[in-house]
Ligand binder design. Structure first.
Ligand code: UDP
Ligand code: MG
Length: 326
């Protein structure tokens, strides 16, 4: 039986780009599947769009039996939508891709080629990000450096979600049941034989990005706290260092007062030191709060997303990738 590749596409308010996306990706998929003797399916996840995305997807699914549509009950965010897509994908290989055509579908040909040659994961690396603003590029570089300093395993800079994963990788990723899903981190965490393919990130084909800087910052904090406890432990070291330094400083004053007889003055210094230290303590507490809050969210064990409706594709699967097999 021919192998199946699944393309997973999260969408949130994307009516402006949706038709263009299908028009461009379907011929590419047809070409790839013909060249390699495969079948394809597209798993489109509507992440609670408030425009006509969901209706349009239903129409597309009705017309095209190779399209699965998962409609989420509300906007759960891209990471949750992608998880929903991965869970509903039946392929022997799965490729997550953005709907705005910033990830050129033509690159998938190289992905599949590498997969055929034995790679278990083929990661797209954005070579030229001139399509993104300089501020976004700088903050993104800083984030990757910080992440790789604090977290193991690290993630390659400029790797996005656009990649091919063999079924073994997808199954491994789906076994990670955490609510806080920083997908790039999860993909790297599971390991497997990984290769890299460079590509040029294109401009968004239409519409606008829904990621504000506040949202990106939250995403960055999610990523780091999800994979590292260094921010927690850091405070012990800082406290330790300050304690030693202040002890030495105290001894210095005692000696100065006893031997030299210098009356120790310095109300302003005292205020400055107290304020500085209480500030540090509050930051430490805040960091602890971040982790406690996350523990609380994880402890509830809520599902990552809720689907309102699922329309399943009728693409043929190879026996190995059929989730209904017993
Ligand atoms: N997306 C989503 N849920 C959201 C936000 C975005 O599924 O809450 C999807 C969006 O439709 C697109 C992809 O995630 O397919 C990337 O989003 P976007 O282009 O806005 O992000 P950027 O390219 O600026 O990182
Ligand atoms: Mg985009």
């Amino acid at each position: 039986m021919a192998k199946l590749i699944s393309v997973v596409v999260p969408m949130f308010n994307e009516e402006a780009v949706l038709d263009g996306f299908f028009a461009r990706i379907v011929p590419v998929l047809d070409g790839i599947t013909e060249r390699f003797g495969l079948n394809w399916e597209i798993v489109a996840v509507d992440d609670g769009s408030r425009d006509t995305t969901a209706d349009r997807l239903k129409e597309i699914a009705a017309a095209n039996p190779a399209v699965t549509v998962v409609l989420l009950a509300r906007n759960f965010g891209k990471e949750a939508a992608m998880t929903a897509g991965l869970e509903h994908a039946r392929g022997d290989a799965v490729i997550p891709i953005d709907v705005d055509l910033q990830d050129p579908p033509e690159v998938m040909d190289e992905f599949v080629q590498r997969w055929f040659n034995g790679a278990e994961m083929v990661v797209g690396i954005r070579l030229d990000r001139s399509a993104d603003t300089p501020v976004k590029r700088t903050t993104s570089r800083l984030f990757y450096q910080l992440f790789n300093l604090l977290c193991r395993p690290g993630i390659p800079e400029n790797a996005g979600d656009f990649r091919l994963m063999d079924r073994v990788v997808v199954d491994a990723v789906l076994r990670l049941r955490e609510t806080n899903r920083f997908m790039k981190g999860l993909f790297a965490w599971v390991g497997f034989k990984t290769e890299y393919v460079e590509f040029v990130r294109e401009k968004r084909s239409a519409g606008s990005s829904t990621w504000s800087y506040m949202r990106l910052l939250r995403f960055a904090i999610d990523g780091i706290t999800g994979f590292s406890t260094v921010p927690l432990r850091m405070w012990s070291w800082l406290g330790f260092t300050i304690a030693i330094l202040s002890f030495v400083y105290g001894v210095y004053f005692v000696v100065k007062a006893l031997i030299i007889g210098d009356p120790v003055a310095g109300f302003p210094t005292l205020v400055a030191v107290i304020l500085f230290l209480s500030g540090m303590q509050m930051i430490g507490l805040g960091v602890m709060g971040e982790y406690v809050g996350r523990l609380y969210m994880e402890a509830k064990q809520r599902p990552v997303y809720i689907a309102r409706e699922v329309i399943r594709s009728r693409a043929e699967t190879s026996a190995s990738s059929d989730p209904d097999r017993t």
